[in-house]
Design a protein around this ligand. Structure first.
Ligand code: HEC
Length: 185
């Protein structure tokens, strides 16, 4: 036991000195106590840390963008808050949206899931809510500066989508075309 103790760290040695004058069996029980204490401390810390960091992450993801607690990541930032969307497709809007897509978007976006310069549009209406998409395509710069989901795409694509100078109607029509592309009839 004494040989073992000698190999241990200075802290133990100091304690060993302090208890030098006590009886041998007393020594053992104090040393045992000390080590149980250290063990308990390590176990307690190990158990607490993941909990704390987990709840912190959940809160951050739900309510903040760059530390701003009032930011709503579901709608992004821009003029659109609520968008009226029908249960069936508005064919007129979708057709107008398709024309704008051919002129202004198809150079960088495919209608499949495949990435071109930007992400493929397949599934885009389930990845984002209508206001988010319409804010992103009309207020692209600010969204790329502030929005976590837009920034995540930027990290993958490494190209900043340029502002496309869309009118509010263009944006709404394009959203309807995206719904059509995602199978809404
Ligand atoms: C010069 C290439 C380019 C053009 C043109 C372009 N985009 Fe983009 N788009 C991107 C890139 C790149 C991204 C990913 C974010 C980033 O890196 O800026 C993106 C992202 C998007 C997203 C988010 C997709 C997702 O899955 O998160 C939407 C929606 C979008 N673009 C719509 C449009 C619309 C609508 C047009 C046409 C009016 C258009 N884009 C034109 C390059 C382009």
């Amino acid at each position: 036991m004494i040989a073992l103790i000698k190999k241990r760290r200075p802290l133990t040695l100091i304690l060993q000195c302090k208890i030098k004058n006590t009886k041998p069996d007393m020594k053992i029980s104090i040393t045992t106590l000390l080590f149980s204490g250290i063990l308990l401390f390590i176990v307690a810390c190990g158990g607490n840390n993941p909990d704390a960091s987990q709840s912190g992450t959940t809160n951050d993801a739900a309510t903040t963008a760059n530390g701003n607690p009032s930011y709503d990541p579901e709608r992004g930032t821009g003029k659109f808050t609520e968008v009226e969307v029908g249960t069936t497709l508005d064919v007129t809007k979708a057709t107008a949206g398709e024309q704008t897509f051919n002129v202004k978007c198809s150079a960088c976006h495919k209608l499949t899931a495949e990435k071109l310069v930007g992400p493929g549009w397949s599934g885009v209406t389930s990845r984002h809510k209508a206001p988010w998409i319409m804010n992103f395509i009309t207020n692209t710069d600010e969204m790329l500066n502030k929005d976590p989901k837009a920034q995540a795409q930027l990290e993958i694509c490494l190209v900043r989508m340029p502002n496309q100078s869309l009118s509010d109607d263009d944006a709404r029509n394009l959203f309807e075309f995206m719904r059509k592309n995602d199978g809404v009839k």
